[in-house]
Design a protein around this ligand. Sequence first.
Ligand SMILES: [Zn+2]
Length: 298
Amino acid sequence: MTDKDQNVFAGAFVDRSGERRKDAEWLGDALDSDDTRFVPVWQKQCLVAGEPGSAVLLERTQLGRDVDERDLIFLGVFRDHPAFAIAFDDEEAPFTDLGEFRQLRYLGTVLPPDEANLLAHAHALVLWHASQVYCPRCGSGSRPDAAGNSRICINEDCGKQIFPRVDPAIIVLVAHGDRCLLGRQPAWPEGRYSTIAGFVEPGESVEDAVRREVYEETNVRVSKVSYHSSQPWPFPSSLMLGFVAEATTTDIELNDGELEDARWFTRDELLSGSCKLPFRISIARRLVDHWISLGDND
Ligand SMILES: [Zn+2]
């Protein structure tokens, strides 16, 4: 896979500089530096300006108010600038003179790949902090640690460290000869079909999860399971692990009721627009496009 083929939101565009997360002197200098950039996240949205849009990265002077440095989340170094995320929860959107806040899902369709990666990182950590204000072990409060890359329980008798969670989910294009298996959930826009997906369960390999999810949702059995690529999907914390798999059976039954329909589609049917395909920024779409492209070699 080349960089050009990278999934939206992926790509190691931020040097995460993990060794700096507990380096108080370096972090202090960075926070005082005109070089440093701040990624604002307001109500699960990110700031963008212009058409088709680029991320607005603030300078320290533009933050425009007293900032509690404990609330800043060190992301790493981006385009040679130290970069921090900062959450705003005001009722009114801040920085409206600089741009507008938009949903990250939309921004994935317009931003350059490096900015999409930076904002996905900031978005994921801001949402995680908001969800972890209490210690899961003793119920006391918790506070940010390691420059916002983890949290720690404020009860000294407990002191539990809490790390950002990433929830692995599988997403798989199942093929059988010249047809592939797509399903649709009831809540989706009419006519949209997509690849089979689901969360990995405790005590399960990702390959096991692929076989189980496909069977539960469609009754189809798969044999060979091959990894394709992965995509961070921070809505709020998924990591989509993309696969292609070969079916050994073709009879469809919607065993767990999660899908309202599932069907086998030929390449011609997909290319003719007989169903609406997944959004362009999703790994589901890449898996479908990948499979369609294999038909050129038949
Ligand atoms: Zn605790």
